[in-house]
Design a binder for this molecule. Structure first.
Ligand SMILES: [Cu+2]
Length: 268
């Protein structure tokens, strides 16, 4: 019930539909171009794997990791379909504040956090993977679409301290800012897309069919937190598409699409 409210009232387009299939994104990172240089530093490391196991009641995952690209693996050990939505706790907000807000209303919760990425829903017994770079901070992961109390866990992302970690390679990129999208030349078929949030607000990346985006939704995922990056697999047939963000601007309450977050592009 709580989840339904969150869905309809605060987020609008929470559904993460189908075609964000997830492959071995991080297996194909490109070679280090400095490798031949005699003074080359230590080779960048592959991203650390962070395993998240979700049941119908909770998430099990590390309590802390560093602000570097990581390979997030979500394993569904429950009996229902599950997903993972990430949000960063705003400055000064504690776990206790979040739990107390959740017992009141979705509005109370969402004034305390900044949406920071999502993983598509997966069936029981299955696993999915995305690449993610979380900026430093305290985070929660939640599945608001279940009946009853939502699975919820907290984790911290600390400053990077170890050797450089290489970013996953991407076939094309999408930049989300306040309030626009930019997209590089995209490619048809299954492709890895890098999504960067360079704005100050939360954004979502909805891909609608057609130049107005009204021909049906291909997929929607939340963009990473401001300053963060994400690598997901998307499958697009050749055609026209539109990027859309419907998250509300806290000041005006207007959906971002009304402020300019609407960008058409073609896949050839
Ligand atoms: Cu937006």
């Amino acid at each position: 019930m709580f989840g339904r409210l969150v869905l309809s009232k605060v987020m609008g387009f929470l559904r993460v539909i189908g075609l964000v299939t997830v492959a071995a994104l991080l297996a194909t990172s490109c070679a280090n171009s400095d490798a031949d240089s005699p003074k080359a530093k230590a080779q960048p490391q592959p991203p650390q794997e962070i395993r998240i196991a979700v049941t119908d009641e909770s998430y099990k995952m590390p309590r802390e990791f560093e602000s570097e690209p990581v390979a997030l693996t979500l394993q569904n050990k429950g009996e229902e379909v599950h997903r993972a939505y990430f949000a960063r706790l705003n400055q000064g907000v504690t776990e206790r504040d979040v739990r107390s807000a959740m017992s009141k209303s979705p509005d109370a919760l969402f004034s305390l956090v900044t949406v920071a990425g999502s993983m598509p829903e997966i069936e029981p017994g299955t696993t999915s993977e995305i690449g993610m770079l979380f900026p430093e901070g305290k985070y929660l992961v939640i599945d608001p679409e279940v009946e009853g109390p939502p699975p919820l866990s907290f984790f911290a992302v600390s400053p990077a301290s170890g050797p450089e970690v290489r970013e996953p390679s991407a076939d094309y990129w999408i930049e989300a800012g306040d309030f626009y999208f930019e997209i590089s030349d995209s490619s048809p078929g299954e492709a890895t897309v890098e999504i960067a949030n360079v704005g100050k607000q939360s954004h979502e990346v909805g891909i609608g069919k057609g130049v107005k985006g009204q021909g049906g939704e291909v997929t929607t995922v939340f963009a990473p937190a401001p300053g963060g990056m994400m690598w997901i697999t998307v499958t697009l047939e050749p055609g026209d598409y539109t990027l859309l963000c419907f998250l509300p601007d806290p000041k005006t309450g207007k959906p971002h699409v009304k402020l300019g977050m609407k960008q058409s592009f073609s896949v050839k």
